[in-house]
Design a protein around this ligand. Sequence first.
Ligand code: TRP
Length: 400
Amino acid sequence: MRKRVLSGNRPTGKLHIGHFFGVLHKWRDIQDKYDCYFEVADWHALTTNYENTEDLRQNIIDMVIDWLSVGIDPQRSVVFVQSDVKEHAELHLLFSMLVTLSRLLRNPTFKEYVAELRTSELSHKGKKSIDSAALLAAEDFMELMKKEYSPQKLENKDFVQVLRAKIKDRIQEGLFKALSGSEDELPYGHLVNYGFLGYPVLQAADILIYRAEVVPIGEDQLPHLELTRDIARRFNSLYGEVFPIPEPLFTKFAKVPGTDGRKMSKSYGNTILISEPPDSLRKKVMSTYTDPEKIRLRDPGHPDRCPIFAYHKIFNPEETVEIRESCEKGELGCVACKKRVAEKMIEYLEPFRRKREELEKDVETIKDILREGSEKARVVTSETMERVRSAMKLWNGGKF
Ligand code: TRP
């Protein structure tokens, strides 16, 4: 028997190449090795985006089209929508008894999100003044740099832009921290909803309801898998062995940097889509941040600090040795280097884009695929729930 895999993604619309090299390519490659279930985690998306649901349906369709266009195959894998399989909600509720509040409050994703919310709450109070103070400080610093540091560096527009943003962020961060209370209290209780606190509990239900043994995820999801494992152990020890303890499956690719050098993320506006049209891909690559110390062609570059080199490693592995050498020797200029990688990226992504265009013409088929997938999913989830209700000695319609 093949081991069962469950993984999912929140539907945020069209996916970017960070998604693809983060986890999607792994899904694609394991479809024959495992019995795969791939979930559109639309309830998870609601935990933060419950106010504006206008785009939810289109986001689901857009994401699933990307899945299919890179080779997730509904003939071999079960592709389904979480909210079509109501048993996830039932198991989530039962699991919510098995986890303490403090365990959830310690969850890193929760802490980060709360920190963000508190920042934006502060924004109502005094963001403008903090903002201008931070900007002033940044400008002061720039002046200082100009006078006292290496002046050539400051002629590089990209470098200046990134530096300014970095300085501003850092100062802002400091001010916000200074203005907010201690992290151990719950002064943010009014900011965050009950559903979001339970996000990882719902994720545990997603995984365990399929009795999945393997979960392909990015590293950022590891704390959620740890909680899943804890819940499975706790359930098994209280009520009897129902759940296997699932293992993570990581990908070999390093993180794909965004066009500004930070982590690629929709919220930073630094993404390159899997379905990026060639012209806009070229534009994005040409304006991508590069090694700030390489200003002129002849300057030696530092490929390991350059997002463009990271793209070469992924999309153009045959030429990376040569590119590293000629960049470090100051023989290869950034413009030429960018042009080369852009064409490789276009070539690599072309089949996905084609497939997407084809799939977009027939949204009804996408809906059918998801309906069929949800039906297949329910076969497993209803079986698991029977076992859970029986192990827990629940009422279960008087069937006992
Ligand atoms: N939390 C995951 C993410 O943000 C999405 C997700 C929901 C998931 N349920 C899951 C991932 C179950 C793996 C397994 O990417």
